[in-house]
Ligand binder design. Structure first.
Ligand code: DI6
Ligand code: FE
Length: 398
């Protein structure tokens, strides 16, 4: 048993509030939090524990980045320049750039090369406190390369964090297919083998006028359901396609982006318990002006998560802390909503109920920060106050 004591705990216990405990302590046993509370109320079993003094530092749950495209070849900095010269994200995609250019680079990269690049990116996330990471496929768009991406994603767990993998073959139409329906049929056929190989935890799709229609996404979701896999959706990022309603009808874990989400979509998500994953990095980088309907999501009680959406095109950020700040400045979330979004609600968006709050029984995934109050994490940007990150009770390098 190990006892961290003498810090400010932001437990995020319950459905709202910081759950602050001044001069708090965490008792950890077997990778789980056995007890969390005030030092003054330590339970008797804490007596024999190895002690770590927190010295007044701030402790929060470990960060959960629930939406990334971390594994890929190449980069797209040239598209950044093209957009500065007036091209839109959709223009670039229609001209064969965008996702398809990363597909070409990813197909050309071997497994070792993909792993080396993804490892550096994951280490950057870890340095800012990430303890659980979701990684999507979707830059292979053929059976072999999708499998390679997912294998690489799984290997990242060796860095000392939980990795959840998501099958996103319905991301773009690959060049060898002329017909989107034919491609969707193929992508559905590849899924069972990847699932059998233990490479898939969930299934996602990109529902958009530049990607796939609700009918095509529905076929992908049916394939997921046949295997008992949960679904997620890139929904209403550039236009309202009714994707949220479709996803909710499949009891999706999350709908992500949501700038163009309609009132009917909000209601459908609320009814299905679907998490709204907001991605301020993509909103910022594409200079979007249409805000996701935050007030309506709040009013309907839809849990809000935030994530980096790390990808080489629309959100090339590796800073979850910057996302906290952007969620507040761009989307007007409160710092508490933003931190819940990057912890407990991010976990919920992955179907994980065992982490994201500093309460007894949860995994001992937490971050120790140089700070006195958790709102400081959101107020600051371009600065990393992480002192140490503990994943599953193991003290790691910060
Ligand atoms: N939306 C996104 O934010 C990423 N995929 C998607 O469907 C971006 C993918 C890319 O531009 O490479
Ligand atoms: Fe994405």
């Amino acid at each position: 048993m190990k006892l961290w004591r003498g810090g400010v705990l932001a437990t995020l216990a319950g459905d709202s509030g910081w759950g602050l405990i001044d001069d708090g302590a965490l008792l950890v046993d077997g990778g789980l939090i056995r007890w969390a509370g005030a030092v003054a109320a330590l339970p008797p079993e804490a007596a024999g524990a190895e002690v770590v003094e927190l010295g007044g530092a701030l402790v929060t749950p470990g960060l959960v980045d629930c939406h990334t495209h971390l594994v890929y070849g190449g980069n797209r900095a040239h598209e950044f320049e093209q957009r500065l010269h007036g091209a839109s994200y959709a223009d670039i995609a229609k001209a064969g750039g965008g996702i398809r250019s990363t597909v070409a680079a990813t197909r050309a990269a071997g497994e070792a090369e993909l792993l080396a690049a993804a490892t550096k990116r994951a280490q950057a996330l870890i340095r800012e406190g990430v303890t659980t990471l979701e990684v999507k496929s979707g830059y292979g768009l053929d059976a072999a390369t999708e499998a390679r991406m997912l294998r690489v994603a799984r290997k990242l767990a060796g860095l000392g964090l939980t990795v959840r993998t998501t099958y996103l073959a319905a991301h773009a139409l690959p060049p060898e297919f002329a017909d989107a329906d034919d491609y969707i049929a193929a992508a559905c056929l590849w899924l069972p083998d990847l699932y059998e190989a233990g490479l898939v935890d969930a299934v996602d799709a990109f529902c958009e006028h530049i990607a796939f229609s609700p009918a095509q996404v529905g076929r992908v979701f049916d394939a997921a359901r046949r295997l008992g896999l949960p679904v997620k959706l890139h929904a209403e990022q550039l236009s309202d396609q009714g994707g949220a309603q479709l996803a909710a009808s499949h009891r999706a874990l999350s709908c992500d982006h949501l700038e163009f989400l309609s009132p009917a979509g909000v209601q459908a998500m609320a009814g299905a318990g679907t998490v709204a994953v907001l991605l301020p990095g993509a909103f910022y980088a594409l200079r979007e002006t249409q805000l996701p309907p935050i007030a309506a999501l709040r009013e309907a009680g839809v849990p809000i998560a935030i994530a980096t959406d790390h990808n080489p095109g629309s959100s090339p950020t590796l800073s979850p802390l910057l996302m906290l700040n952007m969620a507040c400045v761009l989307f007007r979330l409160t710092p508490e909503e933003a931190l819940r979004g990057l912890t407990v609600n991010g976990a919920r968006a992955l179907g994980l109920q065992d982490r994201g709050q500093l309460v007894a029984g949860q995994r001992a995934d937490f971050c120790i920060w140089d700070g006195a109050h958790p709102r400081e994490l959101a107020a600051c940007f371009g600065h990393n106050p992480l002192i140490e990150r503990v994943c599953h009770g193991n003290q790691g390098e910060a």
